[in-house]
Design a protein around this ligand. Sequence first.
Ligand SMILES: Cc1ncc(COP(=O)(O)O)c(C=O)c1O
Length: 396
Amino acid sequence: MENLKDGFFKYQAQTTNFASGFEVDYAKGSYIYGKDGKAYLDFVAGVSVNTLGHSHPRINQAIIDQVNKYMHVAVYGEYAQEKPVALCKKLVAMTPDGLDQVYLVNSGTEAIEASLKLAKRATGRQEIISFRNAYHGNTHGSLSVSGDERKKAAFRPLLPEVYFIDFNNEEDLQRITTKTAGVIVETIRGASGFRVPVNNYLKKLKTRCEEVGAKLIFDEIQPGFGRTGRLFAFEHYGVTPDILAMGKGMASGLPVGAFMASNEVMNTLKENPHLGHITTFGGNPVIAAAALALLEELEETNLMQDIDRKEALFREHLQHPKIKTIHGRGLMLAPELSSPEYTLKVQAECMKRGLILFFLMYSIENLRITPPINISDEDIIKGCNILKEVLNDLEE
Ligand SMILES: Cc1ncc(COP(=O)(O)O)c(C=O)c1O
């Protein structure tokens, strides 16, 4: 009989020749259990998705309750439904003034697509400024504003009038002009190495956008939903975007995205043309129920307040001569090793020893550590010890 892994490679389309094909049985808390009967400590959380870990009782119950009521009754924005409305209301309450409304979509890349459209509609301009080595998703618009030409060249032509500047480079801010509709930036950069803004960079970026009337779009798809100790990472930097895009960890494991803006900006999607963004499944009540349950959990517990301490615990237990530095903030950490090849070897060996790690897409010399934010201290220390043993045993 064909086993799971053979079926996976034969029938499920692949876009690399090096997927691991790890055979998953079930997952609970910070562990994924393989068909081999072994427990794997999950330091990746589905790439920043399982905010509360796997099979969290509150998330599961919210999903089950909503499934038992109903699943899908209308396309986006037609019927008033309890969970999506409650979710939007809570998101507005938990974010700074100026983010008055939420549009719920299906994924991060759709949130980016719609945010770009919104910036164009709200300003009547066309130009978008993005950042070299940014990653914003894989549909045509998101790919257009992503900054790695190696991943884009084969798909051209992409969106015109997209220009790139360097993150944290203040001189480049002059490239943002009265022609610019929107500036899109990852608050904490993902694929390019978990780099954080320095020297009040985000404030200066916002000031420049205000000077020229461009809309500032923050891509919070990775750091959002408590991962850095605040609901969104931008809150650390004292600046609020005009448009906020989110996704990944928002429903702790179900596919989702959203974007927020002021009433004035969001209302531009209503006219010329009306239905300025359309989605069938956006605002799905089952997913909204899970996302609402996550926000309630974040509100009612001290998970976010505890992130700085957990980050410190990671940093303390990741002291090793082969770790050059640790990029990132909160539970979005990237230990940098000597080379991409070594990082891949380390990742593979950690997996054999029961620790799931990943690397960063454009900067493979960095390991990805984005565990569930409710990971226990014991598991943090256990995983760090596995990693250090592997670093001891494997030559660079
Ligand atoms: C910063 C950032 N933006 C956008 C996306 C795209 O999100 P999705 O894969 O849900 O389309 C990702 C996904 O990795 C991301 O990390």
